[in-house]
Design a protein around this ligand. Structure first.
Ligand code: CO
Length: 148
């Protein structure tokens, strides 16, 4: 178990675009484990690599639906509907905001074993995936809050 230091809003690394991961190796698997440890230590439901200062396309999610997702190179390939709800972020201290997201998405990603997975997600899981994929583009939820 290893915790990594979180980066916070104002840190320019959170505004950079993360790079594609070419090979899922032990280094990436360790990163995914560390992301999970760090996320749980801070009571989060998702964490993206740039939030610990690593500009690689890797995210973890646990919205307490019984699954733990480790996603490498996640790409949202379909989206439909909408949901409006509150979001927060471990990198944005003490701020919450209302953000509109798709209700349903389909995401394609590589898992920790290097296998391609296509996942359909709705509601909170869809929201979490959109939020984490945004991090890989240098986007924070506060950018999407209306009337901020
Ligand atoms: Co976040």
């Amino acid at each position: 178990m290893a915790l990594r230091n979180l980066r916070y809003e104002g840190d320019e690394i959170l505004r950079k675009k993360s790079k594609e991961v070419s090979v899922v190796d032990d280094k990436i698997r360790t990163l995914l484990e560390d992301l999970l440890d760090t996320m749980y230590a801070h009571d989060g439901v998702g964490l993206a690599a740039p939030q610990v200062g690593i500009l690689k396309r890797a995210v973890v999610i646990d919205v307490e639906d019984g699954n733990v997702y480790k996603m490498v190179n996640p790409k949202i390939i379909a989206r439909s509907g909408e949901q409006i709800g509150q979001e927060g972020c471990l990198s944005v201290k003490e701020k919450k905001g209302i953000v509109k997201r798709p209700m349903n998405i389909t995401v394609e990603y590589t898992n920790e074993n290097g296998e391609t997975v296509i996942l359909e997600a709705e509601e909170l899981l869809a929201r979490a995936i959109c939020h984490e994929v945004d991090h890989l583009e240098g986007i924070l939820f506060v950018d999407r809050v209306k009337n901020k």
